[in-house]
Write a protein that binds this ligand. Structure first.
Ligand code: ADP
Ligand code: MG
Length: 688
């Protein structure tokens, strides 16, 4: 029965032999979930061959090798004259060529000496470190096995994208356990053929024989990618059908215009043509009997918030309520601070609700929402807690929509009677893809910036020039310029990123004592405090060093300089987003892309794109074309659906195929499609 397999998919990893709650939590951090399925959808990034060699002399520096060695002597490590020395196990291979196994952890000085007695043979595998001076060394071999256990060392090791505290061995063990269970349950008689094939493809990518098994267009990855796309496209197709069958017109909505006219009067600036056009499109949707589902794509700084405000004011005219959902507390507070004074002038009750609201104050806010008195509610997902009720929720606006999960989007819809939905996104999707990615949304594009904006000057600079950069920005900082200084968050380890940001912070403090620091390991309150201080016009804090946790939407109009370290590690769209944090006021802004020594020629070319253009659509298209196999930072925030197997560039044809297959009238009854939607968690997607 397929159900049995699904039961395994949904099992918490902590119940897999050898895992337990602590490891399961670590897996959760890396996989973004803690079910067996989450593990299965996380595939190795490459295959590391562990070539079995007769002699270490046949290998090159840097090779990963597997070789039989005999222990010759020991050299106990420790701290001598203030210097740390490793424990060394001196060995020789079958041809008596010397090789040293080296261990640095001084806490286990004797462990390895006892485990590797003189005169015994072992099979070891690890990365060879060879130099003329020290000879052949393997530091901390990945495997040390008795000769009879040689088969425990994989000849083709699947290497998983990992995280803090999870070794490749742990990944391999868990994988072995999981597939053992799955293969016990799968049987030709009882398992659906589609599911069999799916599991077969999963098996191949988790036990790859070469890198060919892991490339996007390899048989198995392509198969899985198609399944994933079919799941998404069928969900989109179904959502479209459901939405078209619903109605929500409020009769008086179109008749009154006094509030919206007053809104136009109190606006401190003239709307851009693109803003006005988008607003008109939204109002036209309001008047249609089907619920609105519109995505507004507009570059950072294109003025999406005012478009949202216009929509909420119009909704209030009909007496219904609106919510504006922000991904973070800080952003919600910022929207509130900006929109509340306008609401006051319009006589509209506006409130903010976040996770911070507690007790009596919160209860009062809830009462006001339930009574319908509050017309505009701004906040985080706290707006959709189970005890929050609305009298008549007519419009849900999601700011930075890609930062919300499926579950959250579903929760929003249930609070009203088919409310209109408006999503705001700062990262344009290449036109070539938008039909398939947001198949069920109508799209408005704000392709025009408010007048008077001065284009940001972008340059790239090697990291060695950081000293020169500091002297160049010093006078500007002295005269009041504010600087965002971003240090990247490396996927493997948040801790080491924090260290990088920390050391840059210490460094900059020598020149600029009022520098602030903000990173993901900090307490959220502490982080908000630093960010607010940086945003405060009157504070002395001029430089904010941070990892990429700085919230994408935060508005500090006085910030004019953006420095991004190791810019080559980011996706283009992410860099463009970050750059958009400056250039919001009326003075000249700058973006400096610092790149590391290991930058590739392609990496430099990508940075050139950014130096040359400020057009989000051009950048998105380039991003798509240049996106390599390796994950670039910030692709998560790029506003595109995060697929497990699908590669936007390599699988364009599959998009079309899956879309066509999803046009089938019986798609909602199709059992396999239904199961795939479960597997890929898209029973409801795209906010529908
Ligand atoms: P985003 O699209 O990135 O969310 P915002 O809505 O935060 O951009 O707008 C950026 C800034 O531009 C805000 O300070 C906003 O008040 C201002 N702004 C918006 N529309 C206009 C306009 N038509 N003319 C001048 N300034 C505008
Ligand atoms: Mg915004």
């Amino acid at each position: 029965m397929n159900k049995e397999i699904f039961d395994i998919f949904n099992t918490d990893l902590q119940f897999i032999h050898g895992v337990g709650p602590v490891l399961a939590t670590k897996f959760n951090d890396v996989l973004g979930g803690r079910r067996v399925l989450d593990f299965l959808l996380h595939i190795p990034s490459y295959v590391r061959p562990r070539e079995i060699l007769d002699s270490v002399t046949n290998a090159q520096n840097g090779d990963t090798i597997t070789v039989s060695v005999m222990v010759k002597s020991h050299k106990r490590g420790g701290v001598f004259r203030g210097r740390r020395h490793p424990t060394q196990i001196i060995c020789a291979d079958k041809f008596a060529a010397p090789i040293t196994l080296q261990f640095f952890n001084t806490k286990f000085l004797d462990y390895w000496i006892e485990k590797l007695p003189i005169g015994q043979w072992r099979i070891v595998s690890g990365k060879l470190d060879y130099s003329q001076r020290s000879g052949a060394i393997i530091n901390h071999p990945d495997f040390i096995e008795l000769p009879e256990n040689a088969s425990k060392i994989p000849t083709h090791q699947a290497v998983y994208p990992s995280g803090e505290g999870l070794t490749q061995k742990t990944f391999a063990n868990v994988r072995d356990q999981i597939f053992k269970i799955i293969h016990e349950r799968v049987s030709v008689q009882n398992t659906d053929e589609n599911l069999m094939e799916f599991i077969d493809a999963l098996t191949h990518v988790h036990f790859p024989e070469s890198n060919d098994d892991l490339v996007p267009n390899g048989t198995y990855v392509a198969k899985l990618a198609y399944c994933e796309l079919f799941a998404h496209q069928s969900a989109i197709a179904i959502n479209r059908r459901i939405r078209k069958s619903k109605t929500n017109t409020r009769p008086i909505r179109a008749k009154k215009h006094d509030l919206i006219n007053k809104f136009y009067e109190i606006l401190p600036f003239a709307l851009t043509g693109a803003q006005q056009r988008t607003i008109d499109e939204i109002f036209a949707d309001f008047n249609r009997p089907t619920p609105m589902m519109r995505l507004v794509q507009g570059d950072v700084g294109s003025g999406k918030t005012m478009v949202a405000m216009a929509a909420m004011v119009k909704m209030a005219e009909s007496g219904a309520q609106s919510v504006l959902l922000a991904p973070t507390d800080a952003l919600a507070q910022q929207h509130f601070a900006k929109l509340k004074p306008m609401c006051d002038k319009l006589g509209l009750v506006c409130d903010v609700l976040t996770g911070r609201d507690k007790g009596v104050a919160r209860r009062e806010k809830l009462i006001s929402l339930k009574s319908g008195r509050t017309k505009i509610a701004i906040g985080t997902h706290a707006l959709f807690s189970t005890d929050v009720e609305y009298k008549d929720l007519g419009l849900v606006i999601i700011d930075e929509q890609h930062r919300f999960g499926v579950a959250q989007r579903t929760a929003m819809r249930t609070k009203g009677n088919n409310p209109d939905m408006l999503a705001l996104s700062a990262t344009p999707i290449p036109r070539t893809l938008s039909m398939t990615v947001y198949g069920d949304m109508d799209i408005s594009i704000i392709n025009e910036k408010p007048a008077g904006r001065i284009p940001i000057k972008t340059t790239k600079l090697p990291i060695e020039r950081v000293g020169a950069l500091i002297s160049r920005i010093a006078p500007q900082v002295q005269s009041g310029a504010k600087v965002f200084w971003v240090c990247p968050l490396v996927a493997e380890s948040e801790i080491s990123d924090m260290v990088a940001a920390q050391s840059r912070f210490e460094d900059l403090k020598k020149y600029f004592p009022e520098t602030g620091l903000c990173h993901g390991q900090m307490d959220k309150k502490e982080r908000d405090k630093v960010m607010n201080e940086f945003a405060d016009e009157n504070s002395k804090m001029r430089i904010l060093v941070s990892t990429t946790v700085i919230e994408v939407g935060i508005d500090v109009p006085s910030a004019t300089i953006m420095v991004i370290e190791n810019a080559e590690r980011f996706g283009l769209a992410a860099l463009h987003q970050l750059r958009g944090r400056v250039g919001r006021g009326n003075s000249q802004s700058y973006c400096v892309l610092l790149y590391g020594n290991n930058v590739s020629p392609d990496g430099l070319k990508r940075l050139d794109v950014l130096c040359e253009t400020d057009d989000g659509f051009v950048i998105a298209e380039q991003d798509l074309m240049m996106r390599g196999v390796g994950e670039l930072l910030g692709t998560k925030q790029s506003g595109w659906i995060q697929y497990h197997f699908v590669n936007y560039r390599e699988h364009r044809d599959l998009f079309k195929l899956a879309q066509t297959a999803s046009m089938d009238d019986n798609i909602s009854e199709n059992v396999w499609a239904k199961q795939l939607r479960q597997i890929f968690d898209c029973s409801t997607i795209a906010g529908a």
